[in-house]
Design a protein around this ligand. Structure first.
Ligand code: SF4
Ligand code: SF4
Length: 332
């Protein structure tokens, strides 16, 4: 049976639960860079409570970077990300979404001619930059258990993630085709976390982890981290599973002494480099400003990243050494 994409995404009416506390704004890069509450989850909730429709909120809905910081921040436990996605879907359905044209270049599904068996293996959904770096891809594969236990997916689902981020539905059958390549796996490891919460809903019971988390499970990687390092968590995967992961990263900080891109609420400050709108310079959030915010008052000797786009964004703004977490130890 085809998977219904938005079956579990609550309708925008759940904005009715918003108490107006403003806590989401503190974690939101849109608010940090604009100080415009209309562009925050609170702003959208207040407007919807007052009778606004998605069409009245185009600028606000399109401004969101999908970093996920607001979700664990919200004391009313509103799934703000799912609701913004639902609002984006409403805009796209009405032909009124500024994000659709940005998404166009990423919507072509990969041409997969044959699939490797994934039964009881780790499937790595690798970003294009990792696929283009054979040495780092090999290091990541070794960290995940070695080539005999790891399948690097020919189909990363990038087109599906992009479509959903823009508020579009993938073509009929495309989602099923993607998920068919993951069924039977022991776990799925991602390099970018937009799909993580959706994969958990679509494939219940299948562990979904970030490459960063998988690498940090290895003592050799943790030993390679130093108190003079600054560690950059990939924000989307973290916020999708923050309740569990906050303990892991707290332990990492205690064990290694390294600083981490966590704020006072222990939410991950995102570079937003993987965000559809920020990547194209569309919307109010500038990646360079995020990097400045992340590194403000910090003087690390090395920056360790979980995501290569985060690494590129940081390299553009300063000349400190940047290393990927999969590459910081030769062996466990
Ligand atoms: S997902 Fe990120 S950018 Fe979007 S509203 Fe939440 S905190 Fe702001
Ligand atoms: S944190 Fe939640 S309840 Fe508070 S203003 Fe934001 S959306 Fe509303």
């Amino acid at each position: 049976m085809p998977v219904a994409l938005f079956r579990r995404i609550p309708p925008p009416a759940t904005f009715a639960s918003c108490s107006g506390c403003d806590i989401c704004a503190l974690a939101c890069p849109v608010w940090q860079q604009t100080h415009d509450l209309r562009l925050t989850p609170k702003g959208r909730a207040t407007a919807l409570q007052g009778g606004a429709s998605a069409a009245d909120l185009v600028e606000s809905i399109a401004a969101c970077t999908m970093c996920g910081s607001c979700v664990p921040a919200c004391p009313e436990e509103i799934d703000l990300l799912a609701m913004t996605l639902s609002l984006r879907a409403a805009l796209a359905a009405a032909g009124n979404s500024p994000l659709v044209s940005l998404a166009a270049r990423y919507l072509v599904p990969p041409r997969v001619t044959s699939r490797l068996p994934v039964h009881l293996k780790t499937v790595l959904l690798a970003e294009e930059r990792l696929l283009a770096d054979p040495a780092l891809l090999s290091a990541a594969t070794l960290r995940l258990g070695g080539p005999a236990h790891v399948v690097v997916a020919a189909d990363s689902g990038r087109d599906i993630a992009t479509a959903l981020e823009a508020g579009l539905s993938p073509p009929p059958g495309r989602l099923e085709e993607f998920l068919a390549g993951l069924r039977g796996a022991m776990r799925v490891v991602t390099t970018e976390g937009f799909l993580n919460p959706l994969l958990k809903k679509w494939l219940p019971g299948l562990p979904v982890r970030s490459l960063g988390e998988a690498c940090l499970a290895l003592a050799g990687i943790r030993r390679a981290l130093r108190p003079t390092d600054f560690y950059v968590i990939e924000a989307r995967a973290y916020h999708a599973d923050r309740e569990r992961l906050v303990l892991l990263y707290d332990a990492l900080r205690h064990e290694t002494g390294c600083d981490i891109n966590l704020d006072l609420q222990r939410l991950a400050v995102p570079t937003v480099a993987t965000s559809l709108n920020a990547r194209f310079g569309s919307g109010p959030v500038r990646i360079a400003e995020q990097v400045k915010w992340i590194l403000e008052g910090r003087h690390p000797k090395r920056i360790v990243v979980e995501n290569l786009e985060d690494g590129e964004a940081i390299r553009r703004e300063n000349d400190v050494e940047v290393a990927h977490v999969a590459a910081i130890a030769a062996r466990d």
